[in-house]
Design a protein around this ligand. Sequence first.
Ligand code: GTP
Ligand code: MG
Length: 178
Amino acid sequence: ARVKEAEFFKSSARARDCPKDDRPEFAVLGRSNVGKSSLINALIRRKEAALTSKKPGKTQTINHFLVNKSWYLVDLPGYGFAAASQSARMDWSSFTKGYFLNRDTLVGVLLLIGLTFVFTKCDKSKKGKGGRPEENIKEFQDTISALYPELPSWIMTSSVTGLGRDGLLLHVSQLRNY
Ligand code: GTP
Ligand code: MG
């Protein structure tokens, strides 16, 4: 998994201008300004290979970065608010759509997003081992924290008792303000 060499390869303004190539590629996907281009720079240890900005709407084309001469990371425009004209954004939307629909070598998408685990049916509590929601959540935490040092946020809910309703609405409203 080491990056031995990486280079900016090509900027394409249309899906059909992308490299004619059978090397596999991974595209970053996420809101404008979420940090897609910065993440690519961090992955390939090049501070300014992908252009970044404080203002959402910096990346406006499809950008291929070749890693170890064997696969690509692909930087794309983001979705949501962006400091760009309506017509420019319509353009991004049409060529990114073309890219996702037609790019045969696209093998994976890195989705940059805030993740929240919502446990449902926490009113249910069976007798015996593994029957209580707390026990299931503990097991989930133990398993997943072996993989990820920082646990994503999680919340216990029940649609029957309303457990977690206020907490989840608060959480969503905080994400909305992000
Ligand atoms: P668009 O190209 O506009 O869609 O944005 P983007 O998703 O490519 O975001 P970009 O990488 O340009 O980063 C947006 C802003 O967030 C820049 O000011 C970055 O310096 C900042 N940023 C990105 N990643 C991080 C991070 O891990 N920590 C901090 N503190 N800032 C970050
Ligand atoms: Mg960008």
